[in-house]
Design a protein around this ligand. Structure first.
Ligand SMILES: [Zn+2]
Length: 356
């Protein structure tokens, strides 16, 4: 086998290199050299790097998507490793943010494409910057509020979005081509946007193989879009339950009066920023997000904390114990309080140790 080593962040464009690495993809009559070049020019956003996001990101990186924006708010935990394919025990020991750990692993897999790791909570204040200029956004999120915020941004900016979700042994996927197909608000108009859904992967678990099936569907749709074949993406909502051996395809028609893709009213994007909390799916933990105006002096915080508690820090975050809770504070001022699902307790600890 012909192996090519290139400098990190440099896209190798010679035909020899492209044909060597991507030969089995180029020979597909559906892709060809023209499709491969379009994939190389594409910018894909992977929003959320849990099971779905890491699996999709690996397929997209191996396929040669030119630029990958890797977005996640969380850090790697041991309980992620059962299903989140880019992470290893060492990443959990080092408390690495998932976006950073994912990029390190993907660079070992394909050093010839560009990566932009973004450690942040996706919210109305930053979602449009995240999706701007993207060829496609892949949904690897764990909650419907953020998913609906991204849906509004993608419809507003006319960026295709590939939805995916999984829980327990079932999962679903759908593709949003703004202006042509149903958006997520058409499909789920009444979805509760509460921070904590009634069922989470923490309480009912996730069967890793179903995440692989859903992520494969999403990556396939994303690669169709990236290679210039958005017209043949699915127009249905697919649902799979691997335990019950069921595959269901439901019609996903646009709703004429849809607030988002019909009236183009983007209510979630217009919401003012505030100090907010969210339970993290899959963990007994609460995230606290300060408003964009909050300006944290990270080094000063670390110095101050170190006077009273033992701190572990890396370039991205500082971790410490607060009573019987474990707290991580990121450079941007966000915090994750582990060991509780109580938003008020999380806000109280945040105010005590970080301020607001
Ligand atoms: Zn719609």
């Amino acid at each position: 086998m012909h192996v090519v080593h290139g400098p990190v962040g440099v896209v190798m464009t010679s035909d020899d290199v492209i044909q060597g690495r991507y030969a089995r993809q180029i020979v597909l009559k559906e892709i060809g050299e023209a499709g491969q070049r379009r994939i190389g020019d594409a910018v894909a956003v992977v929003a959320g790097l849990g099971a779905l996001g890491t699996l999709s990101a690996e397929i997209l990186a191996r396929a040669g998507v030119g630029t990958l924006r890797l977005v996640d708010r969380d850090l790697v935990e041991l309980s992620n490793l059962q299903r989140q394919c880019l992470f290893a025990e060492e990443d959990a020991r080092a408390s690495l943010p998932k976006a950073e750990a994912a990029m390190r692993r993907l660079r070992q897999i394909n050093s010839a494409i560009r990566y932009t790791p973004i450690v942040m909570d996706i919210n109305p204040a930053n979602v449009e910057r995240m999706a701007e200029g993207a060829t496609v956004v892949v949904d690897g999120l764990d909650n419907f509020y953020t998913r609906m915020v991204i849906n509004e941004a993608c419809v507003k900016l006319r960026v295709p979005l590939v939805y995916g979700a999984c829980l327990a042994t079932y999962g679903s996927a759908a593709t949003v081509i703004p202006g042509e197909t149903a958006c997520l608000h058409c499909l789920f108009p009444d979805v509760a946007l509460a921070a904590a859904p009634p069922l989470t992967c923490e309480t009912v678990g996730v069967w890793a193989p179903v995440a692989v099936v859903v992520a494969a569907w999403q990556a396939s749709e994303a690669l169709k879009i990236a290679s210039g074949h958005a017209a043949i993406t699915s127009r249905e909502l697919v649902h799979v339950d691997l335990w019950r051996n069921e595959l269901t395809r439901l019609p996903a028609a646009r709703v004429p009066g849809c607030r988002v893709c019909g009236a183009r009213k983007f209510d979630l994007l217009a919401e003012p920023a505030r100090l907010a909390t969210a339970s993290l799916c899959g963990e007994h933990a609460v995230q606290v997000v300060p408003p964009p105006s909050f300006d944290l002096d990270f080094d000063l915080l670390c110095t101050t904390l170190a006077r009273t508690v033992h701190v572990d820090r890396n370039p991205y975050l500082v971790r410490f114990r607060a009573g019987d809770r474990d707290v991580a504070v990121f450079r941007d001022g966000r915090a994750i309080i582990f060991g509780t699902s109580d938003a008020n307790e999380a806000l109280s600890l945040y105010g005590k140790y970080v301020g607001n």
